[in-house]
Write a new protein. Structure first.
Lengths: 367, 406
């Protein structure tokens, strides 16, 4: 294998795959990228067996062939090499040589036949989707995904598609975010909803963040696949059952408070500075047209702040983890939010005032 | 004042059975593989030491009598001793099952002198329990502990500002309370071997080497120590909740190891729940047969005291560990403790699980430990009901460190 490649193209592709390369070192070859040269281009692939990424880049090919080499070292070396182009070659012993200017690196590779095979993809089953729409689904729910590995059934997003409507749901057992978009759908095969693991979705988002436009998205029995230009990401769906979220959406929360999002956000951030270290408990005291936020920490002191709200009901005191509120308020850009409550022990519901297509549910803390 | 019971476990046993009095005995645990927890003074004369296994003890003293420790006896004796001490001063800190600190400032009037008070303490303990103790009296806890150590058994040593510098001058630094073998080694490398040298060492040197504790070390070398006697309820908050157990036989069998982990996780979880504590880190400790011991910990996304969450984390640590050989000891602990936050769960299943744990704990509190337990702990041959029967040095009469023993 031997080729010459534009350094800037190569670095961009290598950067994209860094997040996917296995870091835990359980199988040494998963720390490598596969370089496969044929038909005048180079295909680059990386996987941790849960997420697969494939990318390609044009190159001046001198000799076809393939090899795997440590992804991080290759990226670090490519970044530091001088000049515009670099020469990469490998021989029978899987040793890879990188050359640029007067610099020369020989790094040990592993045979490409030992690298996992990229699962076959059926492009005809994929549908076009707007990047901005899909990014919004992720951005407004991702903070609620559980990172508790012992609860694998909520370590990801529930994606549901039915009757021309797409829904994305995420929860960590204390709060839940649900977003609905009309007029978009995907073909999710026989299943109504699929569970997408967090890591793979965040890798997809990284690719979508690079630029707007549309991309292809497909769901099969076991995998979700996205494709944009030369980049293909395939993620294995999570097995397990997502909890029945419809049952936790409160229907009889009859006390609504409307607040200016940015004001509530900055007040909460200030007041939560004095709640106990890790668990950011803040007390919300609602009374006529007024919300008083307060927190205290036995070792440090206490803080209170008054926030103007539209709230025409009787007094209500309830405590929430401020972080859960802040996460959601930061993800929105609406001017006002509506907080719907029932009593101090029932979940609260947050929505932007102009629309029912986004719902965020938070379970309170016992006072 | 520091009161240190002499050969506590062995003395209690000798007190309970006259046949053992005046004979070399060693108190051991009930597990198959156990070590000497305490040797009587008669046995110590033959060179039997704490930590020896049965074979080593027998080699040192062929006529030694092994007595399996009975923790309830020791706890009972310990509680009665604390009651006696409390009748002298309200400020009593139970430092371990057989040691206590008492602040006697302001309690001297009825006795006249500290030594008269100490003799009365000794007399009352001897009268009530037939046990002897060594007492050290000094201006602070550090020196009192040092003083009680100087004359054993049945000693009484009084140290004051005038006599302490002489004692400290040539005393090896490692003899001081709180200076362990590792610290001793570090100090040795700086050329500091005695307390006198430690007290004179330049502060900048100690600060550079040991950070903030450098200053405290220098003061300790001078016999100055500012921690007050902390009676029950006033001690520092617990930093971790943990349990460990030496397995009845070394094993590398995954199933058995998992069962022990579940059992330890349940012990940790139940005790944390009892005290309303939740931890954000789970730590797994493993000891190999050659006594090589290591720990790995894992940070959790949220605080927990749920047995299952603790167990799952301990298991996930074990899975990446790649055990070199069989395992001799396993330990599970949680740290990063916080008082339960009162955060409620969104899903009914989680709330039900919460109520289930509460119900289990309540049954076990009313009817004794493990009345309700996890099915996999009941598997035939799981061997999980073997207790090593040795009380932990961290045991305290009240609070989260009070571990229930059989």
């Amino acid at each position: 294998m031997k080729f010459t490649i534009e350094k800037s193209d190569f670095i961009k592709v290598l950067q994209r795959i860094q997040g996917i390369v296995e870091k835990r070192n359980t199988m040494p070859i998963l720390a490598n990228v596969l370089l496969d040269v044929s038909d005048g281009k180079i295909n680059i692939m990386a996987t941790d067996l849960e997420v697969f990424i494939k990318d390609s880049s044009p190159a001046r090919v001198i000799e076809d062939g393939s090899v795997t080499v440590n992804a991080r070292k290759l990226f670090e070396i490519a970044k530091e090499l001088p000049g515009e182009t670099m020469d990469i070659s490998s021989g029978k012993d899987d040793k890879v040589t990188l050359k640029a200017g007067k610099a020369r690196f020989n790094i040990m590779g592993l045979p490409s036949k030992d690298f996992p095979v990229f699962p076959a993809i059926d492009e005809s089953a994929m549908k076009e989707m707007d990047s901005a729409v899909f990014r919004e689904l992720i951005e407004k729910t991702s903070f609620a995904v559980s990172t508790d590995e012992t609860r694998y059934n909520i370590n990801g997003f529930l994606l549901e598609s039915s009757s021309g409507r797409l829904k994305m749901v995420a929860t960590d057992g204390h709060r839940l975010a649900l977003i609905t978009r009309e007029g978009v759908s995907i073909d999710s095969g026989s299943k109504e909803g699929v569970l997408l693991p967090r890591k793979g979705v965040m890798e997809m988002k990284k690719v979508l963040d690079e630029k707007g436009g549309s991309f292809l998205l497909g769901i099969t029995q076991k995998n979700a696949v996205m494709k944009r230009e030369n980049t293909v990401i395939m993620i294995r769906l999570l097995e397990g059952e997502f909890p029945d979220y419809t049952r936790v959406i409160p229907k009889d929360n009859d006390k609504d408070a409307i607040a200016v999002r940015a004001d509530l956000l900055s007040s909460l951030k200030r007041v939560s500075l004095l709640s106990t270290d890790k668990i950011k408990g803040v007390k919300f005291s609602f009374s006529n047209s007024k919300l008083v936020l307060s927190s205290s920490s036995p070792d440090i002191g206490e803080a209170t702040e008054e926030v103007d709200v539209e709230y025409p009901f009787g007094e209500l005191e309830i405590a929430f983890n401020a972080r859960y509120f802040v996460d959601m308020l930061e993800a929105l850009n609406d001017e006002k939010v509506r907080i719907s409550l029932k009593d101090p022990l029932s979940p609260g519901v947050l929505r932007p005032t102009n629309g029912e297509d986004y719902t965020y549910i938070i379970m309170p803390m016992r006072l | 004042m520091h009161v240190d019971m002499n050969a506590f476990f062995a003395s209690v046993e000798q007190r309970c059975s006259p046949a053992l009095r005046g004979k070399p005995i060693a108190v051991v645990g009930s597990a198959k593989r156990t070590v000497v927890t305490t040797a009587s003074y008669e046995a110590r004369a033959f060179g039997v030491k704490t930590g020896m296994n049965r074979f080593e003890a027998k080699m040192a003293c062929p006529q030694i009598i092994f007595v399996v420790g009975d923790n309830s006896k020791y706890i009972d004796a310990s509680v009665r001793i604390l009651e006696i001490l409390n009748s002298f001063s309200p400020l009593v800190e139970a430092y371990s099952i057989d040691e206590a600190f008492i602040d006697i400032t302001g309690c001297l009037a009825p006795f006249g002198t500290p030594s008269a008070l100490a003799m009365e303490v000794k007399r009352r303990i001897k009268e009530a329990l037939g046990l002897t103790c060594s007492i050290g009296i000094a201006p602070n806890k550090l020196l009192a502990k040092l003083a009680s150590d100087m004359k054993k058994p049945d000693g009484l040593v009084i140290m004051d500002e005038a006599s302490s510098p002489g004692v400290l001058e040539d005393l090896p630094a490692g003899e001081l309370w709180g200076i362990g073998p590792r610290l001793t080694e570090h100090l040795g490398r700086l050329g500091i071997r005695t307390c006198g040298q430690l007290g004179r060492a330049p502060l900048s040197l100690l600060r550079d080497r040991f950070g903030v504790i450098g200053e405290r070390l220098k003061l300790m070398g001078q016999g100055i120590y500012s921690n007050e006697v902390a009676p029950a309820g006033h001690e520092d908050e617990a930093r971790s909740v943990g349990h460990s157990t030496t397995l009845p036989a070394d094993t590398s069998e995954k199933g058995a190891i998992r069962r022990y982990l579940l059992k330890l996780s349940e012990m940790v979880g139940a005790r944390a729940r009892e005290h309303g504590l939740k931890g954000s880190k789970v730590c797994l400790t493993v000891r190999y047969p050659d006594f090589y011991t290591f720990s790995r910990q894992k940070t959790l996304p949220s605080h927990t005291n749920d047995t299952r969450a603790i167990y799952m984390s301990a298991l996930s640590i074990l899975e990446v560990m790649r055990l070199r050989t069989a395992v001799r000891l396993l330990g599970v602990s949680i740290s990063g403790l916080a008082k339960g936050s009162g955060q409620m769960s969104l899903f009914e299943d989680d709330r039900r699980r919460q109520r289930l744990l509460e119900a289990m704990d309540e049954v076990n509190r009313s009817f004794g430990g493990y009345t309700i337990t996890w099915g996999s702990l009941l598997d035939e041959g799981s061997g999980c009901d073997d207790e090593t029967g040795v009380i932990s040095p961290a045991w305290r009469p009240v609070g989260v460190k009070r571990i229930n023993v059989k």
